[in-house]
Ligand binder design. Structure first.
Ligand SMILES: *Cc1c(COP(=O)(O)O)cnc(C)c1O
Length: 396
């Protein structure tokens, strides 16, 4: 294999649903010299991250915002270690690949997992969650681990319906939401929705490099962690409550990532969160319009069956049986300079995915759709007009 050329004329458009493109302001902010941990600039960038994250999470000062040097898998493990002891149970509603992965983490750590079924293309079945909780008369289930947007299917579930399901079952389980793919893309409203824990990661809607895992913990969840006898060290929430910055990070804070995240949060604030969310909705609408147009050719379709549950962050597109998804991705990336993702889990080989989260605008999205349409045409996939539909939608 020959080494790929590093210099690409123009920009290669990055439309994986994470890692997502990094704004120049964030790249520049990360280019800083190391600092002594007593330097007040370290504490001030941590404080800026905590305050900015509280705003995007929709939560107040009582919520503890923890940051781990980790990816999403790391914070999944942190949630398991803090909220259930070995032998105790958690409930993971089926959403597809990401719920399956989180459940595997819990099982690998010796926790029992109760699952509700996944109906491909559909959001979480809140009635099945309520039924599973009502069946648990001994209250062995400590928490419900719900994936808000399953990045593999592009389906977003209704967190308010889950809150109601837990309350109506009169079950004490905590509600934990994986908002890795939705945080900073759509309103989360942690306090208003009654979410006990929300997790996120730096490399998706937060527009940073991978490496910072975020866990927001309300008072009830923190008390549950305090009472949980499970052995743990790095992932422990209670030990991270000291006033010193190295206590908050169980060691040296990741300085460049903190500077980058503070810069990204400042960009979100400057644009205004309502405008950020409206932009995500508008651009997702353009992608959905293009996919609906392509689907008229009879070969492609949405994985997500309910239009209202289609994610603002990522769209998964179903392909015919036997279609070469990896060939499409390679062609789109190497010839047309659009990088996108394939299918995961049950959707492997059956779908490709276009990410539209984070630092995106109309031109990026139209360019990506045109590049994908070129690649699809080059592979002789029968298509209706996709890009034209997206253009007409955005032109109003
Ligand atoms: C990306 C993602 C994860 C996992 O994140 P990694 O950083 O790849 O470990 C978890 N949950 C959701 C919903 C995601 O989109």
């Amino acid at each position: 294999m020959t080494a790929p050329a590093l210099r690409i004329p123009g920009h290669r458009l990055l439309h994986a649903p994470g890692p997502s493109p990094i704004p120049d302001e964030v790249l520049h902010a990360m280019s800083v010299q190391n600092m002594d941990l007593a330097d007040p600039r370290v504490d001030s960038s941590i404080a800026a991250c905590e305050a900015g994250l509280r705003t995007v999470l929709g939560t107040g000062a009582a919520t503890r915002v923890l940051m781990f040097i980790a990816n999403g898998h790391g914070v999944w493990e942190s949630v398991v270690q803090n909220l259930a002891a070995p032998g105790q149970a958690v409930l993971v509603p089926g959403t597809g690949h990401f719920a399956d992965q989180w459940a595997r983490v819990a099982e690998a750590l010796g926790r029992e997992v109760v699952r509700t079924p996944w109906h491909e293309g559909f959001p979480i079945d809140a009635a099945a969650v309520a039924a599973a909780l009502r069946d648990d008369t001994a209250h062995r289930i400590r928490a419900v681990f719900a994936v808000h947007t399953d990045t593999a299917s592009g389906v977003t579930s209704d967190l308010a319906a889950l809150r109601r399901a837990i309350d109506e079952a009169r079950h004490p389980a905590l509600l934990v939401a994986d908002c890795v793919a939705s945080l900073a893309c759509e309103p989360i409203g942690m306090d208003a929705l009654g979410l006990d824990v929300v997790i996120g990661a730096s490399q998706k809607g937060l527009m940073c490099p991978p490496g910072l895992g975020i866990v927001a913990v309300n008072e009830a969840a923190f008390e549950a962690a305090r009472a949980n006898p499970a052995p743990r060290f790095y992932w422990d929430w209670v030990a991270r409550q000291g006033p010193m910055n190295y206590q908050k990070f169980c060691g040296t804070p990741p300085l460049p990532l903190l500077h980058g995240l503070a810069a990204a949060l400042a960009l979100l604030q400057r644009e205004g969160l309502p405008a950020v969310y409206a932009r995500h909705r508008r651009l997702a609408g353009a992608v959905h319009a293009a996919v609906a147009g392509w689907a008229e050719g009879g070969a492609l379709g949405f994985v997500a069956r309910e239009p209202a549950a289609r994610s603002v962050s990522v769209t998964a597109i179903r392909v015919p049986e036997g279609f070469d998804v990896n060939g499409l991705r390679t062609l789109a990336r190497e010839r047309f300079q659009v990088a996108m993702a394939g299918g995961l889990g049950a959707l492997q080989g059956r779908a490709f995915r276009i990410g539209h989260l984070g630092d995106q605008n109309e031109a990026n999205i139209l360019g990506a759709l045109a590049g994908v349409e070129c690649a699809l045409r080059a592979m002789n996939v029968p298509l209706g007009d996709g890009v034209g539909r997206a253009v007409r939608l955005l032109a109003g």
